[in-house]
Design a protein around this ligand. Structure first.
Ligand code: NAD
Length: 443
């Protein structure tokens, strides 16, 4: 099938490469000339596990010009950003611009315009009316929300838990089911570096109307966000009563009604989605006169968790002014270089406000940090060991597996104080304590 994808970021690029691997004829469109030039050289502009390899295995085109790609496409995906505005509602200017370029270039064949961006409820209808007003051709609009997790985006795209298709047109639904058939049936040969999970036979389809598909995406992210905030709230109580939140999480997570995932206490969520999508859900509900107290509480708790790092350092070091604090990890999670709403940014800023000097290391996100978040207050170190030299404390911000394998004895010898605040409760605390470290978890 001929596919055009407007927006070549984390979602658009992942979707495009996967569809090209499945044999579709894919054109990725983006106005960002640097991004397109980099892709045309075979270099992904983002870090995502397995992406570089898969890109080398597929035939697809990258262009800044939507004209040809949209005109010949049977399916046009919209995968542009929908960043938050100050009032929490999403900024729809990129969605509007993408929709206008679709309206301008749509061909005469039946085309399904698919919203993959996370968009407010009613956006499907809005996109439909914008295109119909400009071009009353043969098209239908569908919603196909994306659930990939950065860091395992390709695996999530090839082997999703479900595919949600919201559409009022039966023909649009059929086109999308045909497009995704190799994934639904799991009939494709897996890329060598992305093996199929054991036991995966078929992928369920959730067919719904447009509004339900749009709400499914927001509801899913809100639920995951509140699971994290719930365990953090329990963690704060656990600390007071002398309980171990990791044992509590295991004890409740083994209950199949609850499930173990997203129950890791720590400094909370970051990234481009949970903050933005929970804010958008609250803003949408407010338009209908509804409050969202549970979602609001999840956001407040998440904000508080970041401050806990500063509180812990203050409790241990008493004076922060003049201290050197080393951050291990900048990305909002491992296996990505995404720094959007990363806790590291907030923590570094607060430490600088307290008069600390901050050194930081991340295996893949330092280039992006230099480019997007350049700060006089943060020195980037080529290695974790270098970041830690002469530091008064280490803060583990991102749970990169390689930090487990550090030579912690050597690191300790180079520091002023053998103190580590483990923001993800990720390190082997008993082993470190045995080696003479003071280990403080969050909460
Ligand atoms: P991104 O910022 O990485 O990429 C968006 C891209 O759209 C940019 O490259 C930008 O240049 C391009 N763009 C802007 N205007 C355009 C236009 N008129 N035509 C073509 N391209 C245009 O964003 P992302 O992280 O890929 O997210 C895209 C959408 O998917 C958002 O709505 C997001 O909420 C949603 N989403 C993201 C994730 C994730 O993990 N990143 C997961 C699920 C859903």
């Amino acid at each position: 099938m001929r596919v055009a994808i407007l927006g070549t970021g984390y979602v658009g690029l992942t979707t495009g490469v996967c569809l090209a691997y499945l044999g579709h004829e894919v054109s990725c469109v983006d106005p960002d000339t640097e991004k397109i030039a980099s892709l045309n050289r075979g270099t992904p502009p983002i870090y995502e596990r397995g992406l570089q390899d898969l890109l080398g295995r597929v035939e697809m085109t990258f262009t800044t010009d939507p004209g040809g790609a949209v005109a010949s496409a049977e399916v046009v995906f919209i995968a542009v950003g929908t960043p938050p505005q100050p009032d929490g509602s999403p900024d729809l200017r990129y969605l509007r611009a993408a929709t206008h370029s679709i309206a301008e270039h749509l061909g005469d064949q039946f085309t399904v315009v698919v919203n993959k961006s996370t968009v407010p409820i009613g956006s499907g209808n809005w996109v439909e009316s914008l295109i119909r007003g400009a071009r009353p051709g043969r098209f239908a609009v569908a919603s196909n929300p994306e659930f990939l997790r950065e860091g395992s985006a390709l695996t999530d795209s090839f082997y999703p838990d479900r595919i949600v298709i919201g559409a009022d047109s039966q023909q649009a639904r059929q086109v999308l089911e045909a497009l995704y058939d190799p994934i639904i049936q799991q009939s494709f040969a897996p890329p060598p570096h992305l093996p199929r999970p054991d036991g995966l036979a078929t992928v369920p389809i959730v067919s719904s109307d447009l509004a339900s598909a749009e709400l499914i995406k927001y509801a899913a992210n809100a639920f995951l966000a509140l699971k994290i905030s719930f365990i953090n709230e329990i963690g704060n109580l656990a600390e007071r009563v002398g309980a171990d939140v990791r044992e509590v999480a295991r004890g409740i997570g083994l209950d199949s009604r609850i499930g173990a995932k997203f129950l890791q206490a720590g400094i909370g969520w970051g990234g481009s989605c949970f903050g933005k999508d929970t804010a958008a859900l609250i803003a949408t509900a407010a338009e209908y006169g509804l409050g969202m107290p549970i979602v609001n509480a999840a956001r407040d708790i998440n904000q508080r968790q970041r401050i806990r790092v500063i509180e812990k350092l203050l409790a241990e070091l008493k004076v922060l002014k003049g201290r050197k604090i080393a951050l291990l990890g900048l990305a909002f999670k491992p296996f990505t270089d995404d720094l959007r709403e990363a806790p590291s940014i907030d923590i570094a800023r607060r430490l600088a406000q307290h008069g600390c000097t901050v050194s930081a290391h991340d295996p893949v996100a330092m280039d992006r940090f230099r480019r997007d978040f350049h700060s006089e207050d943060v020195t980037l170190a080529a290695t974790a060991e270098e970041a830690a030299r002469d530091a008064d404390a280490l803060v583990l911000v991102t749970e990169w597996p390689e930090y487990l394998a550090l030579d912690w004895t050597l690191v300790k010898a180079s520091m002023r104080t053998p103190l580590v605040v483990d923001g993800r409760n990720f390190l082997d605390a008993s082993l470190l304590k045995y080696g003479g470290w003071r280990v403080v978890g969050i909460p």
